[in-house]
Ligand binder design. Structure first.
Ligand SMILES: Cc1cc2nc3c(=O)[nH]c(=O)nc-3n(C[C@H](O)[C@H](O)[C@H](O)COP(=O)(O)O)c2cc1C
Length: 187
């Protein structure tokens, strides 16, 4: 049985290095993990007034998160935090009250920047928010990618060291999902 992972990329731009990275990671992860990209660019800015008649884009977003076995958040780092687009999606995922789409999902966080910080500051903030909304985020291995030319070629991870690191990450995340979704033993 395939394990379906909902991927949310926190950058909206067309040439996002986070999206390039996420797509290459998705290829590397198959068939262990099946990535499903959940788009957030069409979500309105969160406004509680909209909850009385939930916009179609929000309904679609929540449905896609709920249909997945696990969640992967891929974030750029903007001003030492994760992106506003991602925070907006997080808000919608938790609402309306009592309908938190994130609750109880195994999750992971990764991110890429063009700088050497590699999203460490942004991921740290995202991790604390993720725990509040009920995601169970894997602790290790952490992936802070300083994105450089040659790491992804023709949509595939091309750097051997990075490939090895990410293969280990895929195994660990697949194992984390399996353990969290295993039915509790009853006596
Ligand atoms: C508004 C803004 C703030 C940024 N702040 C940071 C930062 O705090 N740390 C960092 O490493 N890079 C920062 N960057 C550079 C981004 O890492 C870089 O633009 C990266 O390509 C964004 O990810 P994306 O390609 O997926 O959109 C910033 C970029 C922008 C546009």
């Amino acid at each position: 049985m395939t394990t379906k992972v909902a991927i949310v990329v926190g950058s909206l731009r067309k040439d996002s290095v986070n999206r390039v990275f996420a797509e290459a990671l998705g290829k590397l992860a198959r068939p262990k993990l099946e990535f499903h990209f959940v788009e957030i660019g069409d979500l309105p800015l969160y406004n509680q007034d909209l909850e009385v008649d939930l916009p179609a884009s929000v309904q679609r977003f929540k449905r896609e998160i709920e249909a997945a076995d696990a969640v992967l958040l891929v974030t750029p780092e903007f001003n030492r935090s994760f992106s506003a687009a991602l925070k907006n999606a997080i808000e919608w995922g938790t609402r309306p009250w009592g309908k938190n789409s994130w609750a109880g999902k195994p999750a992971a966080i990764v991110g890429a920047t063009l700088g050497v910080v590699g999203t460490a500051a942004g991921q740290s903030q995202l991790r604390s928010v993720a725990s509040v909304i009920g995601l169970h985020v894997i602790a290790n291995p952490e992936i802070y990618l300083n994105f450089r030319e040659g790491q992804v070629v023709n949509g595939e991870i091309a750097d051997d060291g990075l490939k090895q690191l990410l293969t280990g990450w895929v195994d660990a995340f697949a194992d984390w999902i399996k353990r969290l979704r295993a039915p509790a033993l009853s006596f």
